[in-house]
Design a protein around this ligand. Structure first.
Ligand code: HEM
Length: 341
């Protein structure tokens, strides 16, 4: 498996779509369409991404701040003694925020029922996507009957290059905006509260200096690298398009590269410039980065205004299985906190 590592090297490859192409389809076990605009190169990439931009720009997302604040306050106010963060705070917050941003609050309960990963993994470790297929089919059929102006309603009638989107393109866009900001943001919010549980100095500083929270969030995106690697078709190594050879862009290695980031193993509140690639780089860089950062910022502001001290309970289930970077949590299956003061 070819893995491209290092901050400068990953940046270079992420820009070079002619040699490292996104024209591929992942998750063959659970879907038969591309996630868009992720799995396509320009010019279609640009056209499809332009359809989503108005919903995800910084200004568009910031317009929802007050509503996000109300949602976070109501969740956090209900916690008294112990709380499981991944589902009862992070996932609940995220799906409700998606309901606001997409204009589809009626779907929030169903999105929550899927859990953090979009795909449902059964007891044998097999992933399933039928629930999502059923949801997408029903949603776009309903929209054909009853047009709306919410995000999926707009995608349903959108055109690129003078033609309507195909059914699979609509599924691919809707799927990605539902999937991209779930386990990643769960990891970010859980990771922030996990770190602060263990670091009383950072807790105190952030509690009395809320203006430092955005930089702390950037630093946690760097440290956690919630999306550690993504693949591309290695064009030069691929002879047969039906059997592509892949190269992996290691965002986690870029974020732990000491030639770009001083003392990368440390979580610093005063890092200043932070050239991390936690949200990727180049034309495919994360379209949801403003949304993810706003969700985490509002949760942390409200959490820190209410609590001063908390600890991680032993029944929490954290995994550290990034081989080379086994000091970074790879997954928060359960993060149970005891609230102390
Ligand atoms: C902490 C949270 C998040 C992290 C760490 C993250 C990370 C990333 C990364 C690394 C990429 C680049 C993938 C590549 O180059 O192959 C990406 C792309 C993308 N992300 Fe995120 N993401 C987060 C949250 C979100 C949210 C909240 C959404 C939307 C609801 C979202 C939607 C997308 C989409 C649509 C793309 C594809 C962009 C394109 O191909 O032009 N992400 N994300």
């Amino acid at each position: 498996m070819k893995i491209i590592k290092g901050n400068a090297e990953v940046r270079k490859a992420a820009r070079d779509y002619e040699n490292y192409s996104s024209d591929l389809q992942g998750d063959l076990d659970v879907r038969d369409y591309k996630q868009l605009p992720l799995e396509v190169d320009p010019p279609d990439h640009t056209l499809l991404r332009d359809l989503l931009n108005p919903w995800f720009s910084k200004d568009a997302v910031n317009q929802h701040s007050a509503e996000f604040r109300t949602l976070a306050t109501s969740l956090i106010d209900s916690f008294t003694d112990e709380v499981e963060i991944t589902r009862d705070l992070a996932l609940k917050m995220i799906v409700q925020c998606l309901g606001v941003v997409f204009g589809r609050p009626q779907d929030v309960e169903e999105w929550f029922s899927w859990g953090p990963d979009t795909w449902i993994t059964d007891e044998d470790g097999i992933r399933h996507g039928d629930h999502l297929d059923r949801y997408l089919k029903k949603t776009f059929e309903d929209l054909d009957e009853n047009p709306t102006t919410d995000l999926f309603g707009v995608l349903n009638t959108a055109e690129i290059s003078g033609r309507p989107l195909t059914r699979k393109e609509k599924y691919g866009m809707a799927n990605l905006v539902l999937a991209g900001g779930r386990d990643t943001v769960v990891k970010l919010i859980s990771g922030c509260l996990w770190h602060l549980a263990n670091n009383s100095e950072h807790r105190k500083i952030l509690k009395s200096n809320a203006e430092l929270i955005p930089d702390f969030i950037s630093e946690m995106v760097r440290f956690l690298s919630p999306l550690p690697m993504m693949h591309r078709v290695d064009v030069q190594e691929t002879d047969d398009a039906a059997q592509p050879k892949y190269a992996w862009l290691s965002f986690i290695s870029a974020n732990q590269d000491e030639t770009a980031i001083a003392d990368p193993k440390e979580i610093k509140l005063d890092r200043g410039a932070n050239p991390h690639l936690g949200f990727g780089y180049g034309r495919h860089s994360c379209i949801g980065m403003h949304l993810a950062q706003l969700e985490a910022k509002i949760v942390l502001e409200i959490w820190l205004s209410k609590f001063s001290s908390w600890e991680v309970l032993p029944e929490s289930e954290l995994f550290f299985d990034f081989e080379e970077y086994n000091f970074i949590p790879s997954r928060f299956h359960k993060l149970k906190l005891k609230l102390i003061s």
